[in-house]
Design a protein around this ligand. Structure first.
Ligand code: CDP
Length: 292
């Protein structure tokens, strides 16, 4: 199967976009991921805060792997960090969520049980894409051409995604595609197995966590802000956060664990800005060292 993937930088990027064409080994049930270049991307200049226009930026580029518990703000931090460094950002969780939504919509879940073989047989029909919303400037997730960004964050998907993520056939395909995106480095990726499986040699690995109640409250506030808070209670979200942690930590394939060499970041009592400053400092130190 030929996978064509294009990935725009976290900041709007002009010509600095990645394109891959590769032959993946034949897999039973393949799914493809594509990254669309936003229309606005060609009009703006690249903003790289460190080593601007320097060859060193290429030499010093690193992979930043961010893993951790559910809803602890990994994606928010990863996005901000990528923006700050002029790096690519990939939300690996959105890929598992997209497969889950596909399963829900196509009757591949029966009374809460996944019909495994049927899903595996249909993986080739699933096309996941990311595109930057020109207004919010945030990457949004697409499933077979449809914007599913909001729907994949809702509780029906959240309640099933950790079960879908235990399916080896799904993980194998995801991991191969994620590795492809990091092949030229200069990427921030967040998930559960990024530092352990996808990029075990990442130059910077971070394991993020926070108290379950704090994480649930943040997710609840987020849903409320989007006008979805009335359909779901804080208790439901707390239950979901705890269940997902349990499933992700105890699964046989690629369980969530602290990668060797990872730095632990407990952000229970940190603001977004404080944690960003902390991680940018760490990243810049490694990037500088790498560029020498
Ligand atoms: O953002 P949040 O912490 O709620 O989760 P996410 O990153 O959107 O991931 C959703 C689910 O996908 C996780 O609970 C994991 O079960 C699964 N996942 C995974 O297994 N491996 C990854 N690299 C990313 C996500």
């Amino acid at each position: 199967m030929v996978v064509v993937a294009q990935l725009a930088r976290a900041s709007d990027c002009g010509s600095e976009c990645r394109r891959f064409e590769t032959d993946l080994p034949p897999l039973k049930g393949c799914l493809s991921t594509s990254f669309f270049i936003p229309q606005t991307a060609t009009k703006k200049k690249i903003q790289i805060p460190i080593f601007v226009n320097s060859k060193k930026i290429k030499m010093g580029k690193i992979i930043i792997a961010i893993d951790g518990h559910s809803s602890c703000g990994k994606s928010t931090m990863a996005k901000m960090l990528a923006e700050k460094l002029g790096y690519l950002y990939l939300d690996s969780g959105a890929m598992y969520r997209a497969v889950t939504l596909y399963a829900l919509r196509n009757n591949l879940i029966d009374k809460g049980e996944i019909i495994y073989q049927k899903l595996i047989d249909q993986l080739y029909k699933i096309k996941i894409g990311f595109s930057k919303n020109p207004i919010t400037r945030k990457n949004e997730t697409y499933l077979n051409g449809e914007n599913i960004e909001d729907e994949i964050r809702q509780l029906p998907v959240s309640n099933l995604v950790s079960s879908i993520a235990t399916i080896p056939e799904v993980r194998n395909i995801m991991v191969k595609q994620q590795q492809l995106f990091g092949k030229d480095k200069g990427i921030v990726m967040d998930g559960r197995d990024i530092g352990t499986v996808v990029f075990p040699d990442a130059e910077l690995k971070i394991f993020m966590t926070a108290l379950p109640k704090i994480r649930a409250q943040r997710r609840y506030d987020e849903l409320k802000a989007k006008g979805k808070g009335s359909c779901v209670s804080f208790e439901d979200i707390l239950k979901n956060v705890k269940n997902r942690d349990k499933k992700d930590t105890n699964r046989k394939i690629s369980p969530l664990k602290i990668a060797p060499g990872a730095i632990i970041l407990d952000n229970s009592n940190l603001t977004r800005q404080e944690q960003l400053t902390w991680v940018v400092k760490k990243a810049n130190k490694i990037i500088k060292k790498n560029a020498c």
